[in-house]
Structures are given as structure tokens and as C-alpha cells.
Design a protein around this ligand. Structure first.
Ligand SMILES: C[S@@+](CC[C@H](N)C(=O)[O-])C[C@H]1O[C@@H](n2cnc3c(N)ncnc32)[C@H](O)[C@@H]1O
Length: 273
């Protein structure tokens, strides 16, 4: 595990054992004509749906019985693809990701589209799901406003709220420090939410379309394992560099942490009892 494979997922998928992954987290081409250095997003509608059904059928057997699947889609094709997936899995949520696109005048013949449709599906009723790991803490003001006796001591006020199914997180801007050279890189924050909620620690996340490797970084940062495919060699190199950068930052932090611990354990720095 912890492997990125520079290959067409349809050709390489059998390298992954059946019933071996806890979560399939997938952000496939949307059929919107994006340039991924290949024609993968430039199919006709019919070809796109046929291809989508084919890769879905190829990846689903990899899921454990307690497993889940998240799929990023656009409103143009989510109706057909959700219907297809509902024949195979149980649909739990449609999450709307509001990309917080700034208002710039926009379309004149329709309402501007500023969201992605994310489907959350599970294989069985006893699917793994840890809502407590992704709760959003209440701010101090809200906590203070709930001082009436009916709220005092309420556990939910301390542990934070369920993120709900409308996620408002800014897309990655050109100047964002997280930004890599890829047209549809997803923000780490929302991928981390899916990984933490739907894959147990040390479990395995499978991403068939890695792009810049956001899923791999989310897994490394949260003690999960990853496996995934990316067909484009340049994107594959981006992923490998991103993972190297993450690991070297981590070891730098660990060295500094050890140094601080070492210094603090010297008699001069011992805390008074
Ligand atoms: C929407 S992007 C994924 C972005 C990713 N979630 C991120 O945060 O960077 C889809 C990716 O799928 C890749 N791709 C397209 N067809 C593929 C195939 N058959 N096998 C593997 N990768 C493919 C594209 O090159 C593109 O990088």
C-alpha cells in the first residue's frame, strides 16, 4: 500500500485485491472538456457515460463490505451516474460543495454554476462512519449565547456540530500555497473530511484518479494508507514530489520536536512540581 501507479486505472485495477479497501474516493474527469494533457475529459456524452459505468464496475469489487464511496461530479452528469450507482450501493448523501466562486457578473442566459455534486454511497448498513472526527467546533460567541440552563452541559455544544451536506470551502486559487499545476485540484480540507469520516485509522483509501495526489496527502496527514492511479506522467511526478515534500516537512517538524523535548528535559528547564 501507499502506492501511486502511473497507468490507466482500467488497465491496472486488478493490481488491487478485491474486498481490500475501506474507502473509494474518486474525482474523475467531469466531461467538461478540461485539458488533462490527454483526451480523458473530451468524450461525447454517450462515450463518457459508458466509460464511467465501466470504471465504476471495475473499482467496486475492491471495496470491503463496510466500505464507502465518494464521487465528485458535476450537475450535468450526476443524475445518470447517481441512478447507476444506486443500483449497486446505498446512497447516503448528496453533498453540495459550494466552491465560493466570487461574483464577477457571470452568465447572462442562466444562473452561474458554482457547485460540485458529491455522492456518498455505502455497501451495507453497518458502514464505517466517524462523525466525531469531523465535527466543527462552535465558536466562543455561540457557546456564550447558549448559556441558558437548557443548554448547559450539553455534549454537542462541547464536541461541535455535524458539518451537514452543504460544504462551503474555497476552491484552490492560482496564488494558493497548496496549488499545483493542475486544472482541477481539490482542497485538502474537504478530502481530509471524507478520509477521516469514512476510513478507520490505518485503513486503505483507493483513489482511481489521483490528479495532484490530494487524497494521498490527506491519508499521510491522518494515518491512513492510500493506493491510486494517475494516467498523466507529469501529474504523476507532481504527486511524487508532493509526497516527498510532505514527508520532508514532517521529518523536519519531528527533528525540531525532539530537539525541544531534549532541551526541556535538561535540569534547567524542568517544570516546577
Ligand atoms: C478531476 S482530476 C483529479 C484531481 C484530484 N482530485 C486532485 O485533487 O488533484 C482527474 C484526473 O484523472 C486523470 N485520469 C483521466 N483518465 C484516467 C484514467 N483512465 N486512469 C487514471 N487516471 C486518469 C486525469 O489525468 C486527471 O488528473
Amino acid at each position: 500500500m501507499n502506492k501511486i501507479i502511473n497507468e490507466d486505472v482500467l488497465k491496472g485495477v486488478d493490481k488491487i485485491d478485491d474486498y481490500s479497501v475501506d474507502l473509494i474516493l474518486t474525482d474523475p474527469p467531469y466531461c467538461l472538456g478540461k485539458d488533462y494533457g490527454n483526451d480523458s475529459d473530451k468524450r461525447s456524452s454517450d462515450e463518457y457515460l459508458k466509460w464511467t459505468y465501466k470504471w465504476i464496475d471495475a473499482v467496486l469489487p475492491k471495496l470491503k463490505d463496510s466500505g464507502s464511496l465518494y464521487i465528485f461530479l458535476s450537475w450535468q452528469y450526476s443524475p445518470e451516474i447517481f441512478v447507476y450507482l444506486k443500483k449497486k450501493l446505498r446512497m447516503i448523501n448528496e453533498i453540495i460543495w459550494d466552491r465560493r466562486v466570487p461574483s464577477m457578473g457571470g452568465s447572462t442566459r442562466k444562473f452561474s454554476s458554482v457547485h460540485d455534486n458529491i455522492g456518498f454511497f455505502v455497501k451495507n448498513d453497518d458502514y464505517y462512519f466517524d462523525i466525531d472526527s469531523v465535527r466543527i467546533p462552535y465558536d466562543e460567541e455561540t457557546k456564550k449565547a447558549r448559556t441558558r440552563s437548557i443548554f448547559v452541559g450539553k455534549k454537542w455544544l462541547e464536541i461541535g456540530y455535524n458539518p451537514k451536506d452543504l460544504w462551503s470551502n474555497s476552491r484552490i486559487h492560482a496564488q494558493d500555497p497548496e496549488r499545483e499545476n493542475h486544472p482541477t485540484q481539490k482542497p485538502l480540507e474537504i478530502i481530509e473530511r471524507m478520509v477521516k469520516a469514512s476510513c478507520p485509522e490505518n485503513g486503505i483509501v483507493f483513489d482511481p484518479f489521483m490528479g495532484t495526489g490530494t487524497t494521498a496527502i490527506a491519508c499521510l496527514a491522518n494515518d491512513r494508507q492510500y493506493v491510486g492511479f494517475e494516467i498523466n506522467k507529469d501529474y504523476y511526478k507532481i504527486i511524487i514530489n508532493r509526497i516527498k515534500k510532505y514527508n520532508s516537512c514532517l521529518s523536519l517538524f519531528q527533528q525540531q520536536d525532539n530537539l525541544v523535548r531534549g532541551i526541556r528535559s535538561q535540569p534547567l528547564f524542568l517544570e516546577p512540581k
